[in-house]
Design a protein around this ligand. Structure first.
Ligand code: GLC
Length: 640
């Protein structure tokens, strides 16, 4: 093993049973080369040996302390490494407090999650944040404490165990680009401790910040302009990509790497099964670049992941990189990092294209953009989603737009107008988030229901418009669920919850309208999900149907790639999956009119008799040789 001597951890090894000892040794042999290569790509040759020694001890200790239940899960997952790719996977994401008050409250609602078929639960940040505004918990003050109002570390561990017993994997955030200004490292830095000052990027004057800012985009231009904040205690400018009280940590310092290795293993020890690498794109800074998606990000992820594989192979990584399509695929591993970085990544591009298709009533841009994405490793999976807790930024490539005769800038402006009520014929009622006059960018907040026009239709008491909006919403969910990967529902979308009109009234929220789509779960409304004919029931039943069909369709395993086909009709999206069981073709009419799909293409794809899993009926070509698709219809076709 390169530069690794297990003799240094003989004390840990001796305390293990012969079987466990062998397991550790075998895993070290398997994974340490990935650790070594990742670290060597980032740190100086003179730093690496010492860093490896420290990490070896950290990881061996975590291995030794892994409890029997989790150690068994490690074995099971090692035998079934594709567990998270299964068509059985259904995700749900929520804030614990807004869903159910506390961690104990979440336990009491496991039945609801099971009813929805959920197997993956992302609880938004649960670790101790700073007081006051904390970006929904993304400003962590203590990684080893749970937010006091939610419960304790023991509650989190018990919740993870309960969820696991119910077939649900707990997903938690690892905020690794920044800490709160109140975190102990930041406090020590402010108190003048040089060791901790080196955990951050601190500059005495504007020279370096100005040089970086020449090429840095702004994340929150409205409420947190610039990427550096003056701090009196530090007597310096500290790097703050996000809010002024979120201090970027300096990953070029090996001590920082060791800290986070320890933290991720701590999360694993609590029973977290999926670690969401928050804002991972930003962790490496390089002058003259936009300081996102640098190759070092992937080397760091590779080393961290390999370490976790040694101590806790049941745990997988999910990259939160909401970036341009050509950068996105790297988070699942391209080139030397193939299969070695995150197991999951958000399919931001699919999400954007779903909204773009629905607004433009045209699939050609989506076809072009999705076809242009390089294939991802067969061992990984996309997180597919329609909405999440964040805003929607129009990650549309200018070249893709140009290729289908659109101007990228104008199309992005159209989408912002469409979804925020600035377009005369649009029924959407979203809000503009972070308008940036310098770039013309306007991102969008709002629940899925608000964006498809359901809020407006219900408010106006228009049954026809309500039905159409529900159809549009279910079509969008069908595209997300039928793509392959783990579809993740954002809390409330399963009920068609409207925008939260009172979003600005809570302390610290008024500046950040993403709270408009982060309502508190109205359990009285959820109770009506079985009352025939009401909107929550119609949406819930539709989503449940998609979940049920998906779970019975092995073709949707993520290891089989989804291929977006060329459009026969600009109103019909076709997605093909060539599974060993036979072809699976999804057809979606994204328009409000009847549209045709050529019957001969079905025959060519091996679907001469096409059975629609969603309706339970066969889909036949008519006398004109076409299959006719109803407005906003979804069909999941397999061989009849
Ligand atoms: C991620 C989160 C977002 C947060 C940001 C900073 O993008 O999804 O909510 O504002 O990271 O932590």
């Amino acid at each position: 093993m390169q530069s690794l001597s297990v003799a240094q951890i003989s004390d840990v090894l001796e305390a293990l049973s012969p079987e466990r000892r062998e397991t550790l040794e075998v895993r070290l042999e398997r994974w340490w080369p990935d650790v070594h290569a990742g670290l060597s790509a980032v740190y100086r040759p003179d730093q690496v040996p010492e860093l490896e020694s420290r990490l070896l001890r950290v990881v061996a200790r975590a291995f030794a302390e892994r409890g029997p239940e989790l150690a068994r899960l490690d074995q099971a997952r090692t035998l079934d490494p594709g567990w998270f790719q299964s068509e059985q996977m259904i995700g749900y994401a929520c804030y614990a407090d807004r869903f159910a008050g506390t961690l104990q409250g979440v336990r009491e609602h496991i039945d609801y999650l099971r009813e929805l078929g959920v197997t993956y639960l992302h609880l938004m940040p649960v670790l101790q944040p700073r007081e006051g505004d904390n970006d929904g918990g993304y400003a962590v003050a203590d990684y080893r404490q749970v937010r006091a109002d939610l419960g304790s570390v023991d509650d989190l561990r018990s919740l993870a165990t309960d969820l696991r017993e119910n077939g649900i994997s707990l997903v938690a955030d690892l905020v690794l680009n920044h800490v709160a200004r109140e975190h102990a490292w930041a406090a020590a830095a402010r108190a003048g401790d040089q060791r901790y000052r080196d955990y951050f990027y601190v500059h005495p004057d504007r020279t370096v910040p100005d040089a970086f800012e020449a090429t840095l985009p702004e994340v929150f231009p409205d409420f947190a302009p610039g990427s550096f904040t003056w701090d009196d205690d530090l007597a310096g400018w500290v790097w703050t990509t996000f809010n002024s009280w979120q201090w970027d940590v300096n990953w070029s310092n090996p001590d920082v790497f060791v800290e986070y290795a320890d933290i991720v293993l701590f999360l694993a020890s609590l029973g977290v099964e999926v670690v969401r690498l928050d804002a991972i794109a930003f962790v490496w800074k390089e002058l003259g670049t936009n300081c996102q998606n640098r190759p070092q990000v992937h080397a760091i992820t590779q080393a961290l992941r390999a370490l976790v594989r040694v101590a806790a192979p049941a745990v997988i990584f999910k990259a939160e990189a909401i970036v341009a399509p050509q950068d996105l695929v790297h988070y699942l591993g391209q080139g030397a990092h193939h299969g070695k970085v995150s197991d999951l990544a958000y399919h931001n591009s699919l999400m954007v294209q779903v909204w773009s298709m629905l607004a433009a009533q045209d699939v050609r841009l989506a076809v072009r953009a999705l076809q242009a994405m390089p294939p991802v490793p067969a061992s990984t999976a996309w997180i597919t989603y329609l909405r999440c807790h964040d805003d929607i930024g129009w990650a549309i490539d200018d070249a893709d737009a140009a290729a289908v005769g659109l101007d990228g800038f104008a199309h992005r402006a159209f989408l912002s107008d469409w979804y925020t009520g600035g377009y005369p014929t649009s029924p959407a009622t979203g809000l503009v988030f972070q308008a940036n006059p310098a770039t013309g960018d306007r991102r969008v907040s709002g629940t899925a229901a608000a964006l498809v026009g359901l809020d407006r239709a219900v408010a106006e008491g228009d049954p026809g418009a309500t039905q159409k909006a529900i159809d549009r919403l279910l079509l969008a969910h069908a595209i997300v669920m039928g793509f392959g990967g783990i579809p993740v529902l954002w809390m409330g979308d399963e009920l068609g919850l409207p925008n939260d009109d009172a979003w600005a009234s809570e302390p610290g929220h008024a500046d950040d309208n993403r709270w408009v789509h982060r309502p508190r779960m109205p359990w009285d409304v959820a109770e009506t999900r079985h009352t025939p004919g009401v909107v929550p029931e119609r949406v819930f039943a539709g989503v449940r149907h998609l979940v049920d069909v998906r779970r019975a369709t092995a073709h949707l395993d993520a290891s089989v790639p989804a291929r977006v086909l060329g459009a026969s009709d600009p109103g019909v999206l076709a997605v093909l999956r060539r599974h060993p069981l036979g072809p699976f073709l999804a057809l979606y009419n994204i328009t409000d009119e009847w549209r045709a799909w050529p019957g001969h293409r079905l025959v060519e794809l091996g679907l001469g008799t096409a059975h629609d899993l969603l309706s339970g009926l066969d889909l036949d070509a008519g006398a004109d040789g076409n299959v006719w698709l109803a407005p906003l219809a979804s069909h999941w076709l397999v061989r009849g």
